[in-house]
Design a protein around this ligand. Structure first.
Ligand code: 5RP
Length: 223
């Protein structure tokens, strides 16, 4: 199976976690796009969605799925999102699609995080994928130095020759060369550096379940 077919497989499999009559939290990315397409088949039986990006909002609305502002909703039972890496404890690196801040907000509002990913995303330790960090632009230079002092190398993510601007009007630093042996500690430390909006390590908002697309079918990991 191609990676695209594996993504479609887990996007479809995630439907069984969606609670009829409720609002579902929806992440961002190519795997989530498959989930959104599948969700259209049950749009009559859910109230709608809280979305983590303008891109996912547009896709949901184009399929006729109502999108609620997160402030209109109290708690969400299930949040469905992809990952750039996930370890065997459910810790993840996210933000390859630059939506990490809103993803973490909706994940924090949700009782359970269901991660959907193809098998290439499962790792024994986080850090081969550069860690995305959303930052206030005026802090970027100093933060790059702080990551260098940690042994990493941080680059500002570019798009069309200029720094990429997130849905929140900020920039992304992609930090490579880190070995994240303590995801909880790393997330807590980097989050309190002035100028960091969100670090793309999801350890406090880790996955409860991962639906992993493999050649043999969907493998369910529970953490
Ligand atoms: C977006 C994300 C995505 O979930 C992550 O990048 C995985 O994307 P894809 O499903 O396209 O591989 O964190 O900010």
């Amino acid at each position: 199976m191609t990676q695209d077919e594996l993504k479609a497989l887990v996007g479809q499999a995630a439907l069984k976690y969606v609670v009829p009559g409720e609002i579902v939290g929806v992440g961002t990315g190519s795997t989530v796009n498959k989930f959104i397409d599948a969700l259209a088949s049950m749009k009559g039986s859910i109230k709608g969605a809280v979305s983590s990006s303008t891109a996912s909002t547009a896709r949901l609305q184009a399929l006729g799925i109502p999108v609620f502002d997160s402030n209109e909703v109290d708690t969400i039972s299930v949040y469905i999102d992809g990952a750039d890496e996930i370890d065997h404890a459910g810790h993840m690196i996210k933000g390859g699609g630059a939506a990490l801040t809103r993803e973490k907000i909706v994940a924090a509002q949700s009782a359970r995080f269901i991660c959907i990913a193809d098998e290439s995303k499962l790792v024994t330790a986080l850090g081969a994928f550069p860690v995305p960090v959303e930052v206030i632009p005026m802090a970027a230079r100093r933060l790059r130095k702080q990551f260098e002092a940690m042994g990493g190398s941080a680059q500002i993510r570019m798009k069309d020759g200029a720094p990429l601007v997130t849905d929140n009007g900020q920039h992304i630093l992609d930090v490579s060369g880190l070995q994240i042996t303590d995801p909880l500690g790393f997330e807590s430390e980097v989050n309190q550096w002035p100028g960091v909006v969100t670090v793309g390590v999801f350890a406090h908002q880790k996955a409860a379940v991962c639906l992993l697309g493999t050649a043999a079918g969907v493998r369910t990991l529970e953490f």
